[in-house]
Design a protein around this ligand. Structure first.
Ligand code: ADP
Ligand code: MG
Length: 390
C-alpha cells in the first residue's frame, strides 16, 4: 500500500472512532475513473475504455446487525444520518446519502442479508467533475459490505448492484461503465469493457514508461444541468436502434455505417447520434489494437477524432472543453478529447512528457484570455481498482 493510502486509511479510521465511539471493522478504497475513449456508448451496449485514478473514496465501516444504517461524509457539512435498512425506499432521499443507502437497498433487494452498518467516508475524487465521484462512493460501500457480510460477490456483480442503486434509488439513468471501472480496474492498465456482456480485458497502459503523460483538465464547469440533455441523447439512440431494427446501436457493424445512415432518411438528429455511437465503438477497437501492438502514440489522433464526433455529431461538448482540446492540440499534444458525459467536467490530453509544461501553460492562458474560470490540471496515472486497505 502506498504511503498516502496508508495515511488516508488511518485518518478515516480515526475519524470513524471519534464519530461512533469504536474502531471500524475495516477500511476500503474505491477510485474515480477517467474514460480514455468510448463515450455515450455504454447505454448502447457498446465499448468503453476507462482507467482508475489515484483519487479514491475511502470508507471506514463497521457491521451492525440491528437494522440501523449510519452514514457520515467528511466532505459534507451534515451530522451523521441514521436510517432503518428495512425502510429504505427508492426516490426518498435527495441528498448524498442516497448513494450509499441505495447500495444497501440494492444488496437487500437482491436477497443479501445486509443488516446495517456504520459508515464514515472521505473522498479525494472531485465531485461533479466527470470523474465519477458517485461510483467511487457506491463501490467503496458495496465492497465493504461484501466483505463484512461474506457475500462473495465479484467486482462486476458489485458494479451491477451499484448501477442499480444509482438508476433506481438515486434516480440517475447512468450506464455500467463508472461502477465497473471503479470495481475492476488494475494499476498500469486501462479496462476494455464490453458493456453488453460485461466481458473485460486489461490493456497495458503505462504511459510513464514510454515517456508520455495523460493530463486531466477539469474545466470546473458543473455538469449537473445536463440530465435532460443526457435523456434526450439516450432516447435518440433508442429511436435510432428501433428504426434500424436492432436491439442496440452496438449491433450495427462499422462496415454497415453508411447503409445504416442512409436508412435513417430525414431523421437528421437521430442520424448524427447514430453516427457518433457507431464510429465511437470503432475508435475504441482501434485504440485497443494500437495499445496491444505497443503503438501508444498512434492513439492520439483517435482521441482527437472522438472529440470532434462528440462536439459535432453528439453535441455534448461546451466552449470550455473545446478550448482545452484545441489549445492542447495547438501546443503539441498527441491527442485530446472531452471525457465523461459532457456539458462541462473534464478533458484528457495525451502528451510527450517534455511538452506538459508548455501545454498546461497554454491552456491556462487560453482560459484566462477567454474569461473562463481557471481550470484544474492533474496527471492521471492508471491506478488500482477498489480494494481493502486494512
Ligand atoms: P460525478 O460522479 O461525475 O462526480 P455525480 O453527479 O454523478 O458526479 O455525483 C456527484 C454526487 O455524489 C455529489 O453531488 C454527492 O451527492 C455525491 N458525492 C460525491 N463525493 C462525495 C463525498 N465525498 N461525500 C458525500 N457525497 C459525495
Ligand atoms: Mg457520477
Amino acid at each position: 500500500m502506498s504511503e498516502s493510502s496508508e495515511a488516508a486509511a488511518r485518518s478515516v479510521a480515526e475519524r470513524f472512532e471519534r464519530l461512533y465511539g469504536a474502531a471500524p471493522d475495516g477500511v476500503w478504497a474505491a477510485p474515480g475513473r477517467v474514460n480514455l475513449i468510448g463515450e455515450h456508448t455504454d447505454y448502447n451496449d457498446g465499448f468503453v475504455m476507462p482507467f482508475a485514478l489515484p483519487h479514491t473514496a475511502v470508507a471506514a465501516v463497521a457491521r451492525r446487525d440491528d437494522g440501523v444504517l449510519r452514514l457520515h461524509s467528511a466532505d459534507v457539512d451534515d451530522p451523521v444520518a441514521e436510517l432503518a435498512v428495512d425502510a429504505l425506499a427508492p426516490g426518498s432521499d435527495r441528498r448524498w446519502t442516497a448513494y450509499p443507502a441505495g447500495v444497501v437497498w440494492a444488496l437487500r433487494e437482491a436477497g443479501h442479508a445486509v443488516t446495517g452498518a456504520d459508515v464514515h467516508l472521505a473522498s479525494t475524487v472531485p465531485a461533479g467533475a466527470g470523474l465519477s465521484s458517485s461510483a467511487a462512493l457506491e463501490v467503496v460501500v458495496a465492497l465493504a459490505l461484501n466483505d463484512l457480510f461474506g457475500l462473495g460477490l465479484r467486482g462486476w456483480q458489485l458494479a451491477r448492484l451499484c448501477q442499480r442503486a444509482e438508476n433506481v434509488y438515486v434516480g440517475a439513468p447512468v450506464g455500467i461503465m463508472d461502477q465497473t471501472a471503479s470495481a475492476c480496474c488494475e494499476e498500469g492498465h486501462a479496462l476494455f469493457l464490453d458493456t453488453r456482456d460485461l466481458s473485460q480485458r486489461q490493456i497495458p497502459f503505462d504511459l510513464a514508461a514510454e515517456g508520455m503523460r495523460l493530463l486531466v483538465v477539469d474545466t470546473r464547469v458543473e455538469h449537473s444541468h445536463s440530465e435532460g440533455e443526457y435523456g434526450k441523447r439516450r432516447a435518440g439512440c433508442e429511436k435510432g436502434a428501433a428504426l434500424l431494427g436492432v436491439d442496440a446501436l452496438r449491433d450495427v457493424p462499422y462496415a454497415e455505417l453508411e447503409a445504416a445512415l442512409a436508412r435513417l432518411g430525414d431523421e437528421e438528429e437521430v442520424r448524427r447520434l447514430v453516427r457518433h455511437v457507431i464510429t465511437e465503438d470503432e475508435r475504441v477497437e482501434r485504440v485497443v489494437a494500437f495499445l496491444e501492438a505497443g503503438d501508444t502514440r498512434a492513439i492520439g489522433p483517435v482521441l482527437a477524432e472522438g472529440h470532434a464526433s462528440l462536439r459535432d455529431d453528439f453535441r455534448v461538448s461546451c466552449p470550455e472543453l473545446d478550448l482545452v482540446v484545441d489549445t492542447a492540440l495547438g501546443a503539441g499534444a498527441l491527442g485530446a478529447r472531452m471525457t465523461g458525459g459532457g456539458f462541462g467536467g473534464s478533458a484528457v490530453v495525451l502528451a510527450e512528457e517534455a511538452d506538459v509544461p508548455v501545454i498546461t501553460k497554454a491552456v491556462e492562458e487560453a482560459f484566462a484570455a477567454a474569461g473562463f474560470r481557471a481550470p484544474r490540471t492533474f496527471e492521471a496515472v492508471p491506478s488500482a481498482g477498489a480494494r481493502r486497505l486494512r
